[in-house]
Design a protein around this ligand. Structure first.
Ligand SMILES: Cc1cc2nc3c(=O)[nH]c(=O)nc-3n(C[C@H](O)[C@H](O)[C@H](O)COP(=O)(O)O)c2cc1C
Length: 183
């Protein structure tokens, strides 16, 4: 039974939902999965040697990532790099399929530039626009980003851009990263 660690940072809950879907698919495929919010108490006592593969996901906020993402990575860069590993980046610019190609996604490139951990595997997942749940200042700023990228600006818009079938494919792909010679 493959043991997988799925870590995530979420602000509004959508990245958590994606991480849950990954964990569900891995469980369906017979893996033993631990799903951990990097800002939870569980994140402080991870026993890294328990796992054969690790995935870490984070959403993009104003062109970058929450500082807790980099703090967590700084603390655990060695452990992350010691396992077969993957980073998944959630953002709404990725609603455009072209921006799901790592070389074309500036947020992913920024992550690679700033992170002390260089992920061995990369995935970009389109997130969710949820204007009604965002405070007015976030709504306004994201409307601006959307205007520039020809996205939805209607403040009533709730649009889930995530390709849930592809999330399952990504979960399956994580199992392929496992080093079978190390088991
Ligand atoms: C405050 C805020 C800033 C955001 N900034 C960006 C951005 O710069 N580029 C982008 O593509 N998406 C941006 N997004 C979209 C989020 O990445 C997307 O909504 C994601 O699904 C949020 O995940 P979460 O619910 O786990 O926080 C932003 C969302 C919020 C709430």
């Amino acid at each position: 039974m493959t043991r997988v660690l799925v870590l995530y940072f979420t602000r509004g809950g959508h990245t958590a939902k994606i991480a849950n879907a990954i964990a569900d698919q891995l469980t369906f495929r017979g893996a033993k999965v631990d799903l951990v919010d990097i800002n939870s108490a569980a994140a402080t006592c991870i026993n890294w040697p328990d796992y054969e593969v690790v995935a870490l996901g984070a959403c993009v906020l104003y062109g970058t990532y929450d500082k807790s993402v980099f703090k967590f990575i700084e603390q655990h860069a060695e452990a992350l790099g010691a396992l077969p590993n993957s980073f998944f980046c959630v953002n709404v610019v990725a609603r455009n399929p072209e921006k799901r190609i790592p070389e074309n996604n500036k947020y992913l490139q920024k992550f690679i530039a700033l992170s002390p951990w260089t992920p061995a595997d990369l995935k970009i997942i389109a997130g969710k626009v949820d204007y009604p749940s965002w405070p007015w200042y976030d709504r306004l700023m994201i409307q601006l980003i959307m205007k520039m990228t020809k996205g939805p600006t209607d403040p009533k818009s709730v649009i889930d851009y995530t390709d849930w079938a592809d999330v399952k494919v990504y979960a399956d792909h994580l199992l392929e990263l496992v080093d079978v010679t190390a088991i």
